[in-house]
Design a protein around this ligand. Structure first.
Ligand SMILES: Cc1ncc(C[n+]2csc(CCOP(=O)(O)OP(=O)(O)O)c2C)c(N)n1
Ligand SMILES: CC(=O)[C@@H](O)[C@H](O)COP(=O)(O)O
Ligand SMILES: [Mg+2]
Length: 619
């Protein structure tokens, strides 16, 4: 691996990229790729997608007049090269760390980041909005480029945007499909099959055969035929689907070949209108290990590039995700009605083993959270027991489906909500801060918040056995390391667990922050309750506690506004009770990336800070 970056170090803005010769652009690409590998190996981050978009990034900044022209990176996990070329090279060592660069485009970070992203499939909508704004503001030369992956293109929003864009006139919109035939895991669905067909060459041949047949009966189409043949020779495939949507489809072209990319982009830049460029890349390009295993290198933590990722021999605590993964396999063995759904997050959600064991009961529906929820509803209508396995942040996408399709019809769907609470390096876009608030106001939805791994298993069983919608939310990574048994005994539905009796003061903990509150409870002699359920609350226990306790403190790893503490507060008010209340949890602000413990401490969620808050409260 190269460790000198002679040319890259001279690039401080994109005007310098635009000034480079063909040879220099090629050198720049090599240096950029090496820099990304070196840098990500030291910080962790999204590696394979960034290695795959090096040439595309260089070509875009060479051809387009950024930052005036707008590049919108879908998901944005492939934007490291863009960050490096736009004045942030020296800060790459801080990537995804507390106070450092974000792992995604962020408008407040750079004028080159035209739109903040991290959740998938938003780029075409945002770019279309900007393109229409440019028309409105009479900026006819401004270009708007959405770069979207084949995975992100499976998201419904991308199609909603194309549907709108295809009939919008007088705009400059270029959609670039970065097709690497991968999502995080292998891509799924009919769209993937269609793209593969476009690339296989069969499409050109089939289209040519079809055309010959048409020509036999329709001679006036000769002119079209001539054009088609020309296009076919130049690898310009008449891609019915994108053209039917009103785009001018160009491609597929090799996304690692600057000699193809640059003239094509220059040509498209001068054309205006609504253009669709299909670019083929390889995820992990240029780093053999990532090319061979793009899943492993999708988002690695730090590693040595010459060795690659090595499995650690040090026994680690089970993560909540692993506990879930084991539970779902065991529950599936016990109940043939169980089916599992993931919106494109097999690995992160702990479903690899489930898929291997129960392939016909496993559904990866693509990056399609809304569909995933309604699909679950449909399965439940016929007596199957779907478990929708989903990150808290991505369930936000399916809110109406949860309400209208699942809860309103009182359907039996279990939500296994992973990445609840702060997630760390991915930051504000991925924080699972709101699920309690947005779910607890929906009738018919039960919500459980395990405080440790063993409890997660018991609550998953309870939620699954509950005949209705029930969610279990658990955080990224591991908890206290509670030993997990293999049985499938449910914890009692809607019942809390008193960890410690106390006097006058009661701490009601929802989720893993229970353990953070324990020293404070010991210190002031407070009762400590592992509430386990946000909904239903253990009302019998609250009634008992209210008889002898005057001060209540709630603690949760989710938004205080509308959260579990609010539920307790509402319950007291509804019962004419008025104890002293203190709510601890996430504040009413977005919390950026960083190490979770540091971020929590910053918001008074550390053992010391909680103890201090409790002391002040009861004084
Ligand atoms: C709404 C939403 N769901 C899921 C994800 C998680 N996610 C991030 S990247 C990714 C795969 C994207 O595939 P693609 O767009 O093809 O990009 P590639 O990783 O291949 O570069 C997924 C599922 C997300 N960011 N947003
Ligand atoms: C970009 C994206 O959405 C995913 O790649 C995400 O970063 C994965 O997060 P986990 O590492 O928590 O699975
Ligand atoms: Mg892809």
């Amino acid at each position: 691996m190269n460790t000198t970056f002679t040319l890259l170090e001279q690039i401080n803005d994109t005007a310098s990229v635009r000034a480079l010769s063909k040879e220099q652009l090629s050198q720049l690409s090599t240096e950029l790729r090496d820099f990304i590998l070196q840098s990500v190996s030291q910080t962790g981050g999204h590696l394979s997608s960034n290695l795959g978009t090096v040439e595309l990034t260089v070509a875009l900044h060479h051809v387009f007049n950024t930052p005036d022209d707008k590049i919108i990176w879908d998901v944005g996990h492939q934007s490291y090269g863009h960050k490096i070329l736009t004045g942030r090279r020296e800060r790459m060592a801080t990537l995804r760390q507390f106070g450092g660069l974000s792992g995604f485009p962020k408008r407040s970070e750079s004028v080159y980041d035209a739109f903040g992203t991290a959740h998938s499939s938003t780029s075409i909508s945002a770019a279309l909005g900007m393109a229409v704004a440019a028309r409105h503001l009479n900026l006819p030369n401004r270009q708007h480029i959405a770069v979207i992956g084949d995975g992100a293109l499976t998201g419904g929003m991308a199609f909603e945007a194309m549907n709108n864009a295809g009939v919008t006139e007088g705009i400059n919109l270029l959609v670039i499909l970065n097709d690497n035939d991968m999502s995080i895991s292998p891509p799924v669905g009919a769209l993937n099959r269609y793209l593969a067909k476009l690339l296989s060459g069969d499409f050109v041949n089939t289209a040519r055969e079809r055309l010959k047949k048409i020509l036999k009966v329709a001679p006036p189409m000769l002119e079209f035929a001539r054009r088609f043949e020309e296009h076919a020779k130049g690898m310009v495939v008449p891609a019915t689907m994108f053209e039917e949507f009103g785009f001018n489809y160009i491609g597929p072209i090799d996304g690692h070949d600057l000699d193809s990319l640059i003239p094509t982009l220059e040509n498209l830049k001068n054309r205006g209108g609504v253009q669709f460029l299909h670019v083929v890349t390889r995820k992990g390009q240029g780093y053999k290990l990532a090319e061979d295993d793009p899943i492993m290198y999708h988002g690695p933590s730090t590693f040595n590039p010459s060795e690659g990722i090595v499995a650690s021999n040090v026994p680690k605590k089970l993560t909540f995700t692993q506990v879930f993964g084991d539970w779902i396999c065991d529950m599936a063995a016990a109940d043939a009605r169980l089916v599992a759904i993931t919106p494109a997050m097999r690995e992160g959600s702990g479903l690899v083993e489930f898929e291997a064991k129960y392939p016909t009961r496993y559904f990866d529906v693509g990056i399609a959270e809304q569909h995933a929820a309604t699909f679950a509803a449909g399965l439940a209508c016929d007596g199957l027991k779907p478990v929708l396995v989903i990150y808290s942040t991505f369930l936000q996408r399916a809110y109406d489906q949860v309400i209208h399709d699942i809860a309103l019809q009182n359907l039996d769907v279990t939500f296994a909500i992973d990445r609840a609470g702060l997630v760390g390096a991915d930051g504000a876009t991925h924080a699972g801060a709101y699920d309690i608030a947005y779910l607890r106001c929906v009738p018919n939805v039960a919500i459980a918040t395990p405080s440790d791994e063993l409890e997660a298993r018991g609550l998953l069983t309870a939620a699954y056995q509950h005949n209705g919608a029930a969610a279990v939310r658990y955080p990224r990574g591991s908890g206290v390391g509670a030993e997990v048994s293999s049985d499938l005994t449910p914890l009692p539905f809607g019942k809390a667990h008193v960890v410690r009796q106390g006097q006058k003061v009661a701490i009601l903990a929802f989720g893993p922050l229970l353990h953070m509150a324990r020293p404070a409870a010991d210190e002031v002699g407070a009762a400590l309750v592992d509430m386990r359920w946000v909904k239903p609350l253990d009302e019998a226990l609250l009634i008992e506690l209210a008889k002898t306790h005057t001060h209540f403190i709630t603690i949760e790893d989710s938004s205080v506004a509308g959260g579990a503490g609010s539920a307790v507060s509402e319950w007291f008010a509804a019962h004419g009770l008025n104890p002293h209340l203190l709510h601890l949890g996430l504040p009413d602000q977005f919390i950026d990336h960083g190490d979770v413990a540091t971020l929590l401490a910053q918001h008074d969620l550390s053992v010391e800070a909680v103890a201090s808050k409790v002391r002040q409260f009861v004084a």
